[in-house]
Write a protein that binds this ligand. Structure first.
Ligand code: ZN
Length: 290
């Protein structure tokens, strides 16, 4: 079941990301506040209703600095873009755990924030051996901070065991309904479940409170488009963008985040669905615009 109307889809765009989205790999990745704001505006016009935001410092390195987040939030609104702003608290292995939650102090504040629902260890790639510890107590603390700040968590679930933590936060009354859970498939480099239709169905079947939950799906690289298309079919929200996929198709770099959003909007339309606007998404999620 899903809370999203059956002729609608929610599209999140993750414009920049923390590790994979480097200029060396795709020169079209937006990095500066100005570039991110412009890319976000373009994606909102194409049909994205949520931005998942990673800020970068002047050297292009991921940062948790609320001053940089404030600048990006302001620039987005100054362009007349009404997209829902969701800041990352995953941020990237270059940023300390303490600094990752500082985006909540940005002005204007974010409307949502991601919340990675478990400890992750990088077991390959450039940050091999680094880890992000998030266990029950950390998650309770961060969920409480978000609740007090009026920021809705987007709970990122990388494996079935992470759903236990979702259940724990619900049982401790640390979340407002409807709950928002995003399934992350295909990130084996830090312990996530592999991307497959079977695993997406496992996640959906195991959701703790499906009648009160909006679920979404994201995947990476070559698995991004098939899994998000499945998400559209199954009534979820989807995430696209350079954080998850730098390519338009095999061997062809994507030109922009908006190009990736536009493709999913076209696919959704062929399947009889249109994207919810940002305000419609706010109403469904019960969040107030900043
Ligand atoms: Zn992210």
């Amino acid at each position: 079941m899903t809370l999203i109307p059956e002729d609608k889809v929610i599209i999140t765009v993750a414009t920049t990301g923390g590790v994979a989205g480097t200029r060396e790999r795709n020169p079209n990745v937006p990095e500066t506040p100005e570039e991110i704001a412009k890319a976000t505006h373009d994606c909102w016009k194409e049909g994205a209703s949520i931005l998942h935001l990673h800020a970068r410092d002047k050297d292009g390195i991921p940062t948790g600095d609320p001053v940089v987040y404030s600048e990006i939030h302001s620039r987005i609104r100054d362009l007349g873009c009404e997209i829902i702003i969701q800041d990352t608290t995953g941020t990237g292995p270059q940023v300390s755990i303490e600094d990752r939650i500082r985006c909540l102090n940005a002005v204007p504040k974010p409307e949502m924030a991601s919340l990675d629902m478990g400890t992750m260890v990088r077991n390959s790639g450039p940050y091999e051996g680094t880890y992000s510890i998030r266990y029950g107590k950390t998650l309770e603390d961060w969920a409480l901070k978000m609740k007090r700040a009026g920021v809705k968590p987007c709970m990122e679930v990388f494996s079935l065991s992470n759903l236990r933590e979702v259940k724990n936060l619900i049982s401790k009354n640390l979340l407002e309904k409807p709950y928002y859970v995003e399934f992350v498939l295909g990130q084996p480099y830090h312990g996530g479940i592999d991307a497959s239709p079977k695993h997406l169905n496992w996640f959906i079947e195991d959701l703790p409170e499906p009648q009160d939950t909006i679920w979404g799906v994201l995947s990476t690289g070559k698995d991004q488009l098939p899994l998000t298309t499945m998400g559209i079919v199954l009534g979820g929200s989807i995430r696209v963008g350079f954080e998850d996929n730098l390519f338009y198709r095999k061997g062809e770099l994507a030109k922009s985040n908006a190009q990736l959003v536009a493709r999913s909007v076209r696919i959704a339309k062929e399947l009889g669905k249109v994207p919810l606007t940002a305000d419609e998404t706010r109403e469904l999620l019960g969040i107030e615009k900043i």
